[in-house]
Design a protein around this ligand. Sequence first.
Ligand code: UD1
Length: 396
Amino acid sequence: MRPVRHVMSVVGARPNFMKTAPVIAAFARRPDAVRHTLVHTGQHYDAVMSRVFLEELGVGTPDHMLDVGSGAHGAQTARVMERIEPILERERPDVLLVPGDVNSTVAAALVASKLDIPVGHIEAGLRSYDRSMPEEINRILTDQISSLLFIHSPEARDNLLREGIDGHRVHAVGNTMIDTLVAMRARIREIDAATAHGVTPGAYLVVTLHRPALVDSAMLVAAVAALDRVAAEIPVVFPIHPRTANAMRRQGLAFSAPGMRLIEPLGYLEFLSLLEHAAGALTDSGGIQEEATYLGVPCFTLRDNTERPVTCELGTNVLLGLAPERIGEVPALIEAARGRPAAVPPGWDGAAAERLVDVLEAGVPEWAPPPAPGAHAVAAADGRPARFGAGVARLP
Ligand code: UD1
């Protein structure tokens, strides 16, 4: 085992901040054990996409800002790689922690692994099995080069074993993004975002749509028209991502229904308040499928697949398909979902970061050849790898 005295985390885009903040807090509670430093790549840079999150979540000022900004995938990924390399060479952390599946995640992981700096991947093992999604490529590559794979749902372990990853590297720690929600719950409840945006708690639809498959395609026209019709039935609050706002502007699209409240992206606390009191959520985000599950809010996902099937099996999530014509069904689906039982997956309990830090403090295993493919079959017959919680770190 390699000892761990310095952990460096990398964040870049909005969904990363909530996954890493509780890990930083967990390290702060154990100040003597491990030094923690933070790199912000600057993939997201607007105040509403970045600064407000860091402030609200108490992340503090990053130790290193890379200011990579927007760009084509190759250019953005390359800029992160170029700019993080000298920092990693100079600081040589014992582990580089990367969350999620954005371009910053894979870029930082690739540079670290070539410098023989072990990578720990938060939210490992998620798979949509849709290689047209840039995030799917980022997930597969990051997992392959990670020494420690921190998972939050049972299917993640199966996905990783199928790709030949050694099960001993996989740790079922739970969901650090839900840690943030648990930690912030009281502050979220102090806010009444619904009223502030002119809607009645419990009687509106919250919408977020930003994936290129929808917004950078001709389907955006149909989606805007369908949302306009839905807004005549139920008030809609739509905090719009800059990618979507830009695409609407380019295509000359606008909403006209008086029930549509098109607003700037919200900070974390305000958005979660809005989600908690919504009658339903329509989204193509990954994180919101999880947050809606935790909060018991009916969630309708405008995608053909999800890398988070546990939210459909246990939670409130329904896959509509990448089908703007189905948006019109949402008001009726919300009614149908009332009273449907939903559960929170194990490990989505507010203590995932503590379990993750326990694993890190035990050290990083040296690389060894993964078990032969047959070994997985034997282990699977034994029931072990498929079970959530099997592995070194166990949930209580
Ligand atoms: C990225 C992630 C996606 C994640 C999303 C959350 C990748 C491949 N995608 O997508 O997985 O769900 O973040 O938001 O990493 N822009 C601004 N201000 C900003 C950031 C972006 O105006 O602070 C605009 C720019 O026009 C930019 C566009 O949004 O070109 C897209 O930003 P980018 O970081 O490339 O990807 P996202 O769509 O945000």
